[in-house]
Write a protein that binds this ligand. Sequence first.
Ligand code: FES
Ligand SMILES: [Fe+2]
Length: 338
Amino acid sequence: MTTWHPSISKRWFVAAIADKIGHKPLAVTVLGRPLVLMRLDSGIVAMEDRCPHRQVPLSAGRVTPTGIECAYHGWVFGADGRCKAVPGLAQGDCLPKVGARTIAVRELDGMVWVRLAAEGDAAPPEMVAKFLPDSRKFLNQLHWRGYIVDVIENFLDPLHTHTVHPGLVRKPDAPRSAVRVKLDITGEGFVVNYRDQAAQSGILFRLFESPRVSEKLHFAGAGSAQIEYVYANGSVIRITLHFTPETQDHTHVFTTMHVENRWAPRWAVRWLVYPFLHKVARQDERTLELQAMNQARFPGKRGVSTRLDIVRANLEKIWEQGEPLTDADAVPESVIYL
Ligand code: FES
Ligand SMILES: [Fe+2]
């Protein structure tokens, strides 16, 4: 059983892609908790994946328009988790008071979000709510071996691109250039701002990019990270990754790409951009797998950081200390060589 800082259960995490929830219940694990997702007449419902009668997983059951029917004795639980039917009881018999445990759930940007604690953050991060309608060009789900903080850090870390992604993000022999970088605290997390970033030299950028005005990394809630490119021609590309710990060493990664103010039909993104991003993701996945494997071989060893590891302390503060970030966690502007 995995233990997480209690504050983490108050945050929202993506549990599934909404389209995957049809007529069958879907079993998912979030923060080590088995859940079942289903679509009822009233909308998407999330429950603990456990029948209160004899503990059989509700995900083995059947979805009816009004509730989920357990696979064992057929008890039916409605959207509020209450027991609505017990086959075999006479009409007028009292139904058991104990119901299935419901979990807070939202459908947003094509994804199903859950919050395990009954009370906590009112909604998923603002960065998701503010997307323009129809700007999403793709949405997919990956499953990586790796500890959540390591996985998030990987996405937010530009320094490994030379070594892990040679040629894709940067030319293999591209010289490093001075970049000004700073980290500011926001209402929901933090933002890392890169200035004077030279145009990236890899094939990905030569094919798809135009001159950039800014490059920012946003982090919000406990698991949402977004790289935002704003271009001189007014277009904006946002690649967002929502990280959801399944267990202590496995992480779901839900990736979206939103494009505004430029020609980018879905098929073109799907067939031209996506294969490159997929290759980059595979390279990261392999690196994280090596890291996780070696953490298991050297348990208890903590890493050493330099000021280049600009997000690590804040991620650990959120995930391991359960502390809200304050302005004291900001990092003033300095020059690094990217
Ligand atoms: S175990 Fe679910 S109805 Fe008996
Ligand atoms: Fe990477």
